[in-house]
Design a protein around this ligand. Structure first.
Ligand SMILES: CC(C)(COP(=O)(O)OP(=O)(O)OC[C@H]1O[C@@H](n2cnc3c(N)ncnc32)[C@H](O)[C@@H]1OP(=O)(O)O)[C@@H](O)C(=O)NCCC(=O)NCCS
Length: 152
């Protein structure tokens, strides 16, 4: 478990799902459902991490690891707890777990217009390597594909 001030990052459990769904609804135009989170947590390849302030869920990150590729496919922070380093703590934690599990490359997709997330990932060394046309719905938008290459 990692500590960032009062924020702790640890494994995401089924008990976190109702709060995660609330954060999803406040954060995403196409939020994940409870069923999607349940499926994610049951996937043996999943790396799903929860950030808590005390006992309160304030953010989460879902990734998976297949061979030497990690893929971050969900990250959100409760709107009242943004710009406090919560997402940074989750990303740092996930990179470390994925690397320890054998990931050489870590990918993610982000909405082309999502400057906050692009800046955030950029701080960790992720670079845009391409675009997926019309990848997102509601509203339709391209995805920027970002990659974190192996370290030196
Ligand atoms: C993007 C998101 C996860 C950031 O979470 P957060 O906990 O506020 O991020 P952090 O506090 O760790 O931010 C670290 C850095 O990222 C960048 N950043 C974060 N939010 C930003 C914003 N709104 N605008 C510009 N830069 C931003 C800044 O460089 C920030 O450092 P600073 O606060 O010292 O300036 C959060 O805004 C969110 O949940 N958004 C909705 C869901 C989403 O877009 N998820 C990502 C999809 S891939």
């Amino acid at each position: 478990m990692e500590e960032v001030g009062e924020i702790t990052v640890s494994v995401m459990t089924e008990e976190d799902i109702p709060d995660a769904v609330q954060i999803e609804r406040m954060s995403c135009s196409t939020p994940w459902s409870e069923a999607l989170f349940f499926g994610e947590l049951k996937n043996p390849r999943s790396v799903s991490r929860a950030a808590r302030l005390g006992r309160l869920l304030v953010g989460y990150l879902c990734a998976n690891l297949v061979a030497d590729e990690g893929h971050i496919h969900n990250l959100a922070v409760h709107p009242e707890f943004r710009r406090l380093g919560v997402a940074s703590a989750l990303i740092e934690d996930a990179i470390s777990i994925l690397r320890d599990g054998g990931a050489r490359f870590i990918y993610l997709e982000v909405r082309d217009s999502n400057e906050a997330a692009r800046q955030l990932y950029g701080r960790f060394g992720f670079e845009v390597i391409g675009m997926r046309k019309d990848y997102y719905q509601s509203p339709v938008e391209h995805a920027a594909i970002m990659l974190l290459k192996p370290g030196p």
